[in-house]
Design a protein around this ligand. Structure first.
Ligand SMILES: *Cc1c(COP(=O)(O)O)cnc(C)c1O
Length: 350
């Protein structure tokens, strides 16, 4: 009995085409870090073939991705020592420079390389400071072996379009960076969906490629890429007043039937999913009843009848968007897809 993740190629294709329609003149750097947000890089061919750049977080992810594509790959963390730098250059990776120590590292090399310079425009996580940025551009420009592929910054509140910090960050970028001489890149999915003014030369969609909205609500223009399913393993009748699962957190308020399904936090189903989290069986939603355990969940199917082995869908169906499951589990779709474990069997769906 196994948990299956079906990855829809036509949904991937649809989503990237939708992104192109939103920003027809920008290039696309597709974010495929964390194994394509848990979708597995070997299952996302439409993204690999339709993007201008691909980005991953770490060198090791880049090395895996290089086996699948000759497209430009950007390593977001950049090099931290000479060994990293050598490997990045040898694999023809581009990389992001966000730290002064990285500036010294690359300017001491005579090899050809292409870099992205990241400005900390207000998120205060990564990026060169406003104070250092202009000087860094000058220093690097003197090294003819180093090409500045693009300048970039990242928004802290793109999913909240009313937030005034968005404008502050945009103005900081526009004022402090000589952005006309270079390509510029500012947008994650939320910024790209909310504000055309932020598109600039290169957009950086992540979550929306996978058909998941960066906001709390499902977006009708995106098609879910990953469908997670697991089989019903057992069904039992319980009486009013009986409770279910560890800690007996669910007590039946009437006589009912409980279906036990073969998925748990050991597969990546969130342990914090509350009683009432919807599970889809044969097109109908049923509430989670009792605590999520490592291998199993329990669902109240009332008086409906199912066969053992019947498939339950946990998320990624038109009728059960991941955004809804995430809300019940106090998290976001990003975390659900990227935390699936090696026990899950991946399949390509057309
Ligand atoms: C992950 C990431 C993105 C994509 O963010 P989404 O919200 O998934 O669209 C964009 N830019 C950077 C620098 C990132 O690390």
């Amino acid at each position: 009995m196994q948990v299956v993740a079906k990855i829809s190629q036509s949904a991937l294709e649809h989503n990237i085409n939708y992104i192109k329609s939103l920003s027809p003149s920008s290039k696309i750097m597709s974010m495929v870090k964390a194994n394509a947000y848990g979708h597995q890089i070997e299952y996302i061919e439409p993204i690999l073939s339709k993007s201008d750049y691909l980005a991953v977080s770490e060198l090791s992810e880049g090395i895996e991705l290089r086996k699948l594509t000759k497209k430009p790959i950007v390593i977001l963390s950049g090099p931290f020592n000479l060994d990293d730098l050598t490997l990045m250059i040898d694999n023809e990776f581009q990389f992001v420079i966000h730290e002064m120590s990285q500036v010294s590292l690359i300017t001491s090399s005579a090899k050809d390389m292409s870099v992205w310079l990241k400005l900390d425009s207000g998120m205060h996580r990564l990026g060169l400071s406003i104070k250092d940025f202009p000087e860094v551009i000058k220093t690097i420009s003197r090294n003819k072996n180093i090409k500045i592929e693009s300048l970039m910054t990242h928004f802290a509140n793109a999913d909240d379009p009313q937030n005034l910090k968005n404008d502050e960050q945009l103005n900081c970028f526009k004022e402090k960076v000589q952005y006309l001489e270079f390509q510029n890149s500012l947008c994650n999915s939320a910024a790209l969906m909310n504000n055309e003014e932020l598109h600039f030369d290169i957009i950086r969609p992540g979550i929306m490629l996978y058909g998941i909205s960066p906001f709390h609500q499902k977006n009708e223009n995106l098609k879910p890429v990953m469908e997670i399913s697991a089989p019903i393993m057992s069904i039992r009748h319980i009486k009013k007043g009986d409770s279910v699962g560890y800690g007996s957190t669910y007590t039946a308020d009437k006589d009912t039937n409980i279906a036990t399904i073969g998925i748990g936090y050991g597969d990546g189903y969130p342990r914090h999913a509350k009683n009432g989290t919807p599970v889809l069986i044969n097109g109908k939603k049923y509430p989670l009843a009792g605590r999520v355990s490592m291998d199993l969940i329990t669902v109240d199917i009332s008086n409906d009848h199912f066969q053992i082995g019947e498939k339950a869908i946990l998320w990624g169906n038109e009728n059960l968007p991941i955004e809804q499951v995430a809300e019940f589990a106090g998290t976001i779709g990003y975390e659900l897809t990227s935390r699936l474990t090696s026990r899950v069997q991946f399949q390509v769906a057309e």
